[in-house]
Write a protein that binds this ligand. Structure first.
Ligand SMILES: Nc1ncnc2c1ncn2[C@@H]1O[C@H](COP(=O)(O)OP(=O)(O)OP(=O)(O)O)[C@@H](O)[C@H]1O
Ligand SMILES: O=P(O)(O)OC[C@H]1O[C@H](OP(=O)(O)OP(=O)(O)O)[C@H](O)[C@@H]1O
Length: 211
């Protein structure tokens, strides 16, 4: 039996993902110990779990350092990684939006300055619409950019909309729905087909049992 390496994103979606794995009867040794460990095994060591930064999960999977990854669709789209996306876990739901001041009207005749953590997503969205943009890559607090004149609009994740509202901004356009997805390395999908399929089925069954 081939061993599987699964890359999980640390941070916000981790708790829910772990609950889903446990609901699928996958128990990992020392999982709940308070520690800085980044590698865990299940009881028969057939599955190795590694915790990586969300933004790096698609890279691990594309390069075969992990057979499977569980990560937000936002990171998959931004990475442009060549992987198979095979399951929507239905958790970590939010969306990608263009946001700015209410009533802001985009002038198609001049480049739009867009602040974002996701420059590839922004480029793709606006190039489809034929709008030229200049991206300003930020790593957080993106909503600040229009407020201080660093950008005309932002492309960011919106969940409750509270961050936008509390900063006097609003959604101007929706881009894509986001949730946590399961991705698979293309070679592993062929060489470890049985193990990959059984892991996905087990997870899927647990998701179907969860209301
Ligand atoms: N309100 C939200 N804001 C941001 N991400 C959300 C939200 N709701 C769900 N998500 C999901 O959670 C992921 C963010 O997780 P995490 O906190 O680990 O990322 P991060 O903020 O990019 O990481 P870091 O703070 O280490 O840079 C996103 O990739 C997205 O898929
Ligand atoms: O619609 P809401 O429910 O308000 O959630 C959206 C906010 O949450 C995320 O930020 P995060 O907390 O990850 O902080 P950072 O990106 O500024 O570091 C995202 O970048 C938005 O700012």
């Amino acid at each position: 039996m081939e061993k599987l390496t699964i890359a999980l994103s640390k941070g916000r979606p981790a708790k829910h993902t772990i609950e889903t794995l446990e609901a699928a009867d996958m128990q990992f040794i020392d999982f709940h110990e308070k520690s800085r460990k980044l590698v865990f095994y299940n009881v028969d060591e057939s599955i190795k779990l590694i915790f990586v930064k969300a933004v790096d999960v698609p890279t691990y999977v594309e390069r075969g350092a992990a057979d499977i990854g569980i990560v937000g669709k936002d990171n998959i789209l931004e990475s442009r990684a060549e992987v198979y996306e095979l399951l929507d876990l239905g958790i970590g739901k939010c969306k990608f939006s263009v946001a700015g001041f209410p009533n802001y009207s985009i002038d198609a005749n001049r480049p739009l300055t867009v602040a974002t953590k996701y420059p590839n997503v922004a480029e793709k969205h606006f190039s489809r619409k034929g709008q030229e943009i200049e991206t300003v890559k930020l790593n957080g607090s993106v909503e600040l950019a229009p407020l201080i004149g660093l950008a005309d609009v932002i492309v960011d994740i919106v969940e409750t909309g509270n961050t936008l509202k509390e900063n006097g901004l609003t959604v101007l356009e929706d881009i894509d729905d986001i949730s946590t997805r399961l991705i698979v390395n293309k070679a592993s999908f062929a060489t470890k087909a049985t193990e990959v399929r059984s892991f996905i089925d087990q997870l899927n069954n647990a998701l179907e049992r969860t209301p």
